[in-house]
Ligand binder design. Structure first.
Ligand code: PLP
Length: 396
């Protein structure tokens, strides 16, 4: 098997499993209790919080809230911060290429009477800081723009965007679910007020995420119950998951700078092989400002799903990008926002590489992908010809 879908999820690293194991049946106390077994769990949470804070350049552990996933972190940031600040204004800004965890939360706010501005992106998927500056209003209370896109890998100029917001009353939140562990993040230095991340994207377990909230930034809760996580995320903490998240984040961020160049080189190797074999294909997303493991393409005269099925038979796990959205001619909202037409957008392919994948596997994958595309093109051409000749016969 050649796994090229690390943007969807990643395998849990052995060191992470090892760190988690004792918290399933040895140190299984509920961290809200007072006996030693429970305090052991509480200590594990405290340590995990400190590790996460350090990894993203936060000031301290009290700025980290653990959540049930990246979606929950995004929802808490967008819904929670907008609702908490509605006495200051009811305008929020986001972009057209956000994940649905942010976009649908914004739609919910619109139903509640908030005004939502969605910033357009250029053909590479970049938000323009000047357009953000122009969209800010005295009643803007929140800006939410993703750090890096899950479909096309484009990395936003995060620091610049946060700087634009800095002089205003609005908070700046970023969905860094794809960016965490793939680009260095410095929340305090860059002036970011809130940041979402999710463990299963950086070799941690599924079903656990975190939200960074700068000191003093306090959303309303979006769930109700026992008041865990400073009342921001009720529910008994997923202690093994949180320990796993922290361990995975520590491993993903330590020495990241040195891993970036070789990782990017592998990405570019695969991209170049594919574009050489399939000259009609086009790269989507930014050519340079993109995640180190991300290759995304659109291929003409092709249904992406047929390709994925064919690739699966060849042992290749790949993705077509995010689910198609109604109202965009059957293509994803991200490609539509970048100006990709429905004809091309249907043939979208997303390949996301682990940093340690071997070149031989990339070579093999490129050959198999190119062969599968050529096979589908041939089948499509034959069926189009027989369709045309059938029609001609019918007309006579
Ligand atoms: N945001 C982005 C950019 C994502 O790529 C994803 C997952 O694909 C999410 C949010 C949601 O994260 P989770 O799967 O942990 O809910």
């Amino acid at each position: 098997m050649i796994y090229l879908d690390n943007a969807a999820t990643t395998p849990v690293r052995p060191e992470v499993i090892e760190a988690m194991l004792p918290y399933f049946n040895q140190f299984y106390g509920n961290p809200s209790n007072l006996y030693s077994l429970a305090l052991r769990s509480r200590r594990a949470l405290d340590e995990a919080r400190a590790t996460v804070a350090k990894a993203i350049g936060a000031r301290g552990p009290e700025e980290i809230v653990f959540t049930g996933c990246g979606t929950e972190a995004d929802n808490l940031a967008v819904l929670g911060l907008a609702r908490a600040r509605q006495n200051l204004g009811r305008h929020i800004i986001t972009s057209t290429i956000e994940h649905h965890a942010v976009l649908y939360a914004c739609e919910e706010l619109r139903r509640e009477g908030f005004q939502v501005t969605k910033l357009a992106v250029d053909r590479y998927g970049l938000v323009d800081p000047q357009e953000l500056a122009a969209a800010l209003r005295p009643d803007t209370i929140l800006v939410s723009i993703m750090a890096a896109n899950n479909e096309v890998g484009t990395i936003q100029p995060l620091r610049q965007l946060a700087q634009v917001v800095a002089g205003h009353q609005a908070y700046f939140h970023t969905d860094a679910v794809q960016a965490t562990g793939a680009i260095p993040l410095k929340v305090e230095e860059w002036g970011i007020d809130a940041l979402s991340l999710s463990a299963h994207k950086f070799y941690g377990p599924k079903g656990v995420g975190a939200l960074y909230l700068r000191q003093g930034v306090k959303p309303w809760s979006v769930n109700y119950g026992g008041g865990q996580e400073r009342g921001l995320r009720s529910g008994t903490e997923n202690v093994p998951g949180i320990v796993g998240l922290a361990k995975a984040l520590e491993l993903a961020t330590q020495g990241l700078e040195e891993r970036l160049e070789p990782w990017r080189a592998k990405r570019d190797f695969l991209k170049e092989k594919l574009l050489a074999a399939l000259p009609e294909a086009q790269l989507t997303g930014h050519p340079q400002e993109r995640l180190p493991g991300s290759v995304s393409l659109v291929i003409p005269r092709l249904e992406g799903e047929s390709l994925l099925i064919l690739l699966d038979r060849q042992g290749i796990c790949a993705s077509g990008g995010a689910a198609c959205s109604a109202g965009h001619g059957g293509i994803s909202h991200v490609l539509a926002a970048m100006g990709v037409g429905p004809e091309l957008g249907r043939g979208s392919l997303r390949l996301t590489l682990a940093p340690d994948i071997e070149y031989e596997l990339l070579e093999e994958a490129a050959e198999k992908i190119a062969a599968a595309v050529q096979k589908l093109w041939k089948v499509n051409a034959i069926s189009a010809r027989s369709h045309r000749s059938g029609r001609r016969r019918g007309e006579r």
